[in-house]
Design a protein around this ligand. Structure first.
Ligand code: C2E
Ligand code: MG
Ligand code: MG
Length: 695
């Protein structure tokens, strides 16, 4: 559409009186308009079609179709009706003026013409028309813009709910056209997902009168798809109707919501088993604990589950199988509890279960048993049939707890107790366990500094030949003198040293010190040159790759004959890794070092494998010696051990000999050596030197 501008505006003057045409033409030309003329209505219509003017001045009284009819025809033509028509009429002709206006004319000018009035009216109407044009164009632009938006723009009256504007984007969300919704505004609410509906309802029925509204809700569209939308809206009082009006924008945020939900899920779940992860579990446990404190209703319980020997499966069959097993275990656990209970994987082979509502310990023990039974059923993974057991620690919810971490810690402690009690069982947490664990942790940290702080010292217990009571050697026994705890017995710290990996360092320290000591004694007492020095080894020592080299180093540093060195190992430590142990023992034997089997009878007590190990001495555990009585079975067992040992050319040492009667019995059984309080308690280095001097 052409927008008229003053200077180029074309005015058509229609009049059958030439004088009028001349006068007005002159006036308008002088005012700067382009002017066209027509002398009848018919001509005017032809001309308008040929070259549409910006305004028409139309005489009423003309021969032919006349002014009114000309106006009617113009207004009937959609492309022409927009051209403003001003009638020219006599001053007194009121009726005609009214008729003209009713036919669509915008104004009239009265004859005789006043020059300035004609120009003023023409100008006014051209300006009006131009304004109208601008308005129309901006409206068109606005509609185009709104319908190109992705956002839904909407406006509605609230009481009653009536949609007054909606752009076409609404269709993508609702599956309904703006017209559908405008004609049936109830759909606007009905399509909102059931759970979110009250939110919107409240907002529409009790609109906040200030500030803007921000809502997120789900819309169920006509295809059955859920769309998440974000709505920003403002309530206003409509100026015209004085009603509440709401204007808003809806944004489809489904993609963002999906990503958010996925991220949230991933942040809360274990990727392998899809169980809750540690942080989510702790959060839920905290919430449960808080609710328990607040309401004091149902008790809850925590199970801490650690698979037994899972590492073996992982190491021997590979992580792929290990992972599949964990997934199966997760399923078993979920199936073993109620839907309200939360099963989580903390990491590795550690699982936890929050039993949401339990009443007493007995109930929890039943559940633990059930879990253990279900877990023990063989699980097939590929071609493997795996049987797994678990150790379970149990904590009952209690008002004494104030943090989820504490509950988890205690469940972990109880689980370790279950491991210690032989695995495949459960243990209910008790306070002493905590104290014991704390003590252990304390010992552990202290043990790390014991070597540097020189808190270790050695004692030497003589081993004697029963035939002449002459010493044949010393067993080296480690002592730990702690600044606060006093003397800590080896039974308390050796295992700890093994678990913390400190043992190899400690063994090397003991060996070096004892070898140097023995070498000193050999210099001082020539009779000591044939004495053996028995050092206790841990199974971890044999597994340490640098152990052999270390022994060579110590032997050469101390200048001791390897033949003087005797290494003691228990049956169980040998059995831990018999292939590796056998290899190491053979190497040691080849160096000329003697090997003793310590505490014989307490472990596997199997005589059948005795010949497999290259040992030269067997030490019968003191528990046998102390119950030894002719006629009792222990007596016969010892006889059998000694007989077999001798058949294999292995010497026998009786440990823990405390009485003369025991010595007599041992002699009767041809046991050649003894060690025990009856002969001597473990001695300090100085006391051992004196002992050597006396014998
Ligand atoms: P073990 O090797 O069987 O050591 C003998 C234990 O029996 C020693 O206890 C000793 O003091 C005790 N004993 C000796 N004669 C008698 C007796 O007549 N009656 C009684 N009731 N006990 C007697 P200790 O020194 O407490 O050592 C306990 C265990 O600690 C040792 O048993 C040994 O397995 C381990 N151990 C000691 N020192 C070391 C060490 O340097 N390294 C390693 N790896 N283990 C050590
Ligand atoms: Mg020993
Ligand atoms: Mg022993």
């Amino acid at each position: 559409m052409i927008s008229p501008s003053h200077n180029q505006s074309l005015i058509l003057i229609v009049d059958d009186t030439p004088a009028n045409l001349t006068v007005i033409s002159e006036v308008l030309s002088n005012a700067g308009f382009d002017v066209a003329i027509a002398t009848s209505g018919e001509r005017a219509l032809e001309q308008v079609r040929r070259e549409p003017p910006d305004l028409i001045l139309l005489d009423i009284m003309m021969p032919g179709i006349g002014g009114f009819e000309t106006c009617c025809r113009l207004k009937a033509d959609a492309s022409l009706q927009i051209i403003p028509v001003i009638f020219m009429t006599a001053l007194t002709d009121v009726e005609n003026k009214i008729k003209g206006l009713s036919l669509g004319a915008v104004d009239y000018i009265t004859k005789p013409f006043h020059e300035q009035e004609v120009v003023a009216r023409v100008k006014t109407h051209l300006e009006l028309r131009q304004t109208q044009f601008k308005l129309q164009r901006s409206e068109e632009r606005l509609t185009r813009t709104l319908s190109s938006l992705q956002e839904v723009v909407w406006s509605a009256f609230l009481k009653p709910f009536e949609i007054v504007y909606l752009n076409s984007s609404v269709e993508a969300i609702y599956g309904l056209s703006p017209q559908d919704l405008i004609s049936e505004p109830q759909l606007w609410l009905d399509r909102v997902e059931e759970h979110d509906r009250p939110l919107i309802q409240k907002c529409l029925s009790q609109p906040p009168t200030c500030g803007s509204i921000e809502l997120e809700y789900r819309v169920l569209n006509t295809n059955g798809e859920i769309h998440w939308v974000h709505c920003t809206a403002k309530i206003q009082i409509d100026e015209l109707s004085q009603q509440f009006r709401i204007d808003g924008i809806l944004q489809d945020i489904s993609t963002r919501k999906l990503i958010e939900q996925k991220l949230l899920y991933e942040a809360q779940h274990d990727g392998l088993t899809q169980l809750a992860n540690r942080s989510f579990f702790i959060k839920r446990l905290s919430q449960r604990l808080n609710a328990y404190h607040a309401q004091g209703e149902n008790q809850f319980a925590l199970l801490f589950i650690d698979l037994d020997r899972f590492k073996n499966i992982n190491d021997s069959l590979g992580h792929g199988i290990g992972d599949k097993l964990l997934i199966q275990v997760a399923k078993v656990l979920v199936e073993a509890v109620r839907p309200n209970d939360l099963v989580a994987r903390l990491g590795g082979d550690e699982f936890t279960i929050l039993l949401d509502s339990v009443h007493q310990e007995k109930e929890v023990l039943v559940i633990s048993n059930r879990i253990q039974k279900k877990l023990q059923k063989p699980i097939t993974i590929g071609t493997h049939l795996l049987t797994i057991t678990a150790s379970i620690g149990i904590v009952m919810g209690s008002h004494l707890y104030h943090s989820a971490d504490d509950i988890l810690r205690d469940a972990d402690i109880a689980m370790y107790q279950a491991k210690g009690a032989g695995k495949a069982c459960h243990q209910l947490f008790r306070q002493e366990m905590y104290e014991r664990t704390m003590h252990r942790l304390y010992l552990e940290s202290e043990l790390r500094y014991a070597l540097d702080k020189e808190e270790f010292f050695l004692q030497y217990q003589p081993i004697l030949n029963l035939a002449d009571y002459q010493p044949v050697g010393f067993e080296v026994l480690l002592r730990w003198q702690h600044s606060e705890l006093g003397l800590v017995p080896p039974d308390e710290f050796i295992q700890l040293a093994e678990e913390t990996g400190l043992i190899t360092q400690i063994t090397e320290h003991v060996m070096l010190k004892a070898c140097l000591q023995m070498h000193d004694w050999q210099q001082e007492y020539p009779s000591a040159s044939h004495l053996s020095l028995s050092i206790n080894l841990s199974s971890y020592d044999l597994q340490s790759p640098s152990f052999m080299a270390k022994i060579d180093e110590i032997i050469s540093a101390s200048n001791l004959n390897p033949g003087n060195l005797q290494l003691e190992m228990t049956e169980s430590s040998l059995m831990k890794n018999d292939q590796l142990s056998l290899q190491s023992l053979k190497l040691l034997k080849a160096k000329g070092i003697g090997l003793s089997l310590d505490d014989f009878g307490t472990g596997y007590s199997s005589l059948s494998y005795l010949h497999q190990f290259p040992i030269n001495t067997l030490k019968i555990d003191r528990s046998f010696i102390q119950t030894m009585e002719p006629g009792l079975s222990s007596f016969e067992i010892i006889r059998a051990i000694i007989t077999l040992a001798h058949a294999l050319e292995i010497d026998v040492v009786a440990e823990g000999v405390e009485t003369a009667a025991q010595v007599e019995h041992l002699k009767m059984l041809n046991c050649e050596m003894g060690q025990g309080y009856f002969f001597s308690k473990p001695l300090s280095a100085t006391a051992a030197a004196q002992y050597l001097q006396q014998h």
